[in-house]
Design a protein around this ligand. Structure first.
Ligand SMILES: Nc1ncnc2c1ncn2[C@@H]1O[C@H](COP(=O)(O)OP(=O)(O)OP(=O)(O)O)[C@@H](O)[C@H]1O
Ligand SMILES: Nc1nc2c(ncn2[C@@H]2O[C@H](COP(=O)(O)O)[C@@H](O)[C@H]2O)c(=O)[nH]1
Length: 214
């Protein structure tokens, strides 16, 4: 892969930008807005044993596989991390992520707290962890119902799990409340921009700074 040129920052390593939230708080919505607005960001497409929802496209939203295929990928050590969620398994494929990060490619990860902890343990220097919170639990339930993708039983299990998921909020670098979606998106985008400029990510000096340094 070619070295990525960054118009707004110096030569740098890519960012592993993680968005987590309780199911229904809006991380997929915010992820899509970020990907639409930001050409430098690429989605890490997870592998899952969950069946596709209406409108979900293989290779775009997830790689949909059966249990045998997931077992094979685990055995072949093809995952950066994987975790069971809501009775299915989800994993982040290694692919060429590590090499691409070195070349300056930024990746977006829409993963849960278990995956976040695993990625952070493997790669602290590149990982940025953002937790999206709903404004309240009744509003979370309202969003899950309004999405019309899950049965009442599934919505109940997502609400139950939301409590456990929220208890991990302090393992994140940033916490953003998704009340107004545009305001939330703007805040998350500012975090990404600021993280890109962190000095520790810079891998090279622009010529005039190099000259000054002698
Ligand atoms: N700020 C907001 N105000 C009102 N509705 C919202 C807001 N943000 C997202 N939504 C809506 O809430 C629903 C859940 O959002 P979304 O699917 O993005 O959540 P999620 O956290 O990715 O859930 P999951 O983990 O289950 O994939 C969607 O119908 C979305 O359009
Ligand atoms: N640990 C991981 N969690 C993942 C991954 N991909 C998605 N997820 C999380 O699963 C739940 C449910 O997602 P849904 O699309 O079925 O609603 C959600 O919290 C995702 O963030 C992954 O690769 N690893």
């Amino acid at each position: 892969m070619a070295i990525i040129s960054h118009p707004d920052t110096l030569a740098r390593r890519g960012v592993m930008f993680i968005l987590s939230s309780p199911s229904g708080a809006g991380k997929t919505t915010i992820s899509r807005m970020l990907l639409d607005a930001d050409d430098e960001l690429k989605l890490s497409v997870s592998v899952t044993t969950r069946p596709p929802r209406p409108g979900e496209v293989e290779g775009v939203h997830y790689h949909f596989v059966d249990d045998d295929e997931f077992d094979r990928l685990v055995e072949e050590d093809d995952f950066y991390e994987w975790a069971p969620v809501f009775g299915y398994r989800y994993g982040t494929p290694k692919g060429r992520i590590r090499a691409a990060l070195k070349d300056g490619q930024d990746f977006l990860f829409d993963i849960d707290w278990q995956g976040t902890q695993q990625l952070y343990q493997k790669d602290q220097q590149d990982v940025v962890r953002v937790f999206i919170l709903p404004p309240s639990l009744p509003e979370l339930r309202r969003r899950l119902e309004a999405r019309q993708t899950d049965s009442i039983e599934v919505i109940e299990s997502r609400m139950e799990r939301a409590r456990a998921e929220i208890s991990h909020w302090d393992a994140y670098d940033y916490v953003v409340i998704n009340d107004d979606v545009d305001a939330c998106f703007a805040k998350v985008r500012e975090i990404l921009q600021a993280e890109r400029m962190k000095r520790q990510r810079q891998t090279g000096l622009i010529p005039f700074v190099r000259e000054l340094m002698g």
